[in-house]
Write a protein that binds this ligand. Structure first.
Ligand SMILES: [Zn+2]
Length: 294
């Protein structure tokens, strides 16, 4: 068992930018004693071209994003940003390959679910989960059904759009209804929650959603374990306690175990006003994945 990190890749950001760069190193550090934490490999360009539009990729690798496109992304475009995104997507792909071999793959990065085939938005340059799914099918002979359980506080709009007409991928998104993105895409199952949703209401909604997803009988599961559902998050608008997030993860891992399907865990968002809460919640997800499924 091992995990992948992008913590070694620097990313210069303007002073006061809300992107939580600190958490990648923090989570890697917190897990070091438990399992090998490896630098995420760079994703093969070919994998990106399987999933994303060629014109979009050519622009990224050529002149880069315009000022307007960077605003939509929420991050200033730079070569460092591109490099980091290549490794974040590579980490998810490597974790997916691990999952097919061992049953569990862990990326301490990724979950950039707002990236569309032809555009970047919401901190998401590449849709790492989509890229991994396209690669598994094209290059690894994988032809099973895939379930994406997206429990980040924001709708997985890019992922929903990627697989909107693909009956072999079931996208499930549980998110704050009033959260970004304002214009939601249609997942196979969307559960929009009111602002301030707490543990009990959240877990109740999750239970119903997993029940519906079970009928899909997936052969592989991706879990976007964003912890921006925690109370005090700058962007999440929900109000789970750390114990509520633990119960959420436990529920997902129990569900996956009962299915007997391999699982890939990607990090997703987490922007708590208390940075320690973000790091600890992410680390707790990976620890629980290890103790439940490894
Ligand atoms: Zn989020």
């Amino acid at each position: 068992m091992r995990a992948y990190t992008t913590a070694h890749l620097s990313l210069p950001l303007p002073e006061g930018h809300p992107f939580p760069l600190y958490k990648y190193g923090g989570v890697a550090e917190a897990l070091k004693g438990l399992l090998p934490v490896l630098p995420a490999p760079e994703v093969p360009r070919e994998a990106l071209f399987l999933a994303h539009e060629a014109s979009y990729l050519e622009k990224l690798f050529g002149e880069g994003l315009s000022r307007e496109e960077s605003l939509r992304l929420g991050l200033p475009f730079s070569q460092a940003l591109l490099r980091r995104a290549l490794h974040a997507a590579g980490g998810t792909l490597a974790a997916a390959l691990d999952a097919l071999k061992t049953g569990l793959g862990l990326n301490l990065s990724g979950g950039t679910h707002h990236a569309f085939p032809g555009r970047a938005e919401g901190y998401s340059l590449f849709n790492d989960v989509a890229v991994a799914i396209f690669w598994l099918r094209a290059k690894e002979g994988f032809s099973g059904r895939v379930l994406v359980v997206d429990l980040d506080a924001h709708q997985g709009n890019g992922t929903a759009f990627f697989f909107r007409e693909d009956p072999s991928v079931f996208t499930l998104s549980l998110h704050g209804e009033r959260n970004y993105p304002l214009k939601k895409e249609k997942s196979d199952l969307d559960v929009g929650l009111p602002d301030g949703t707490g543990d009990e209401a959240y877990l109740w909604a999750l239970e119903g959603a997993l029940e519906k997803a079970r009928a899909f009988r997936p052969d592989l599961v991706f879990y976007n374990a964003g912890v921006d559902v925690l109370k005090g998050d700058r962007f999440g608008r929900l109000a789970l306690s750390p114990e509520g997030v633990r119960r959420r993860d436990e529920r997902v891992f129990r569900f996956v175990k009962a299915l007997g399907a391999p699982l890939v865990v990607v990090m997703g968002g987490g922007y708590n006003r208390d940075p320690r809460l973000t790091v600890e919640a992410h680390a707790a997800t990976y620890r629980l994945a290890l103790s439940s499924l490894a």
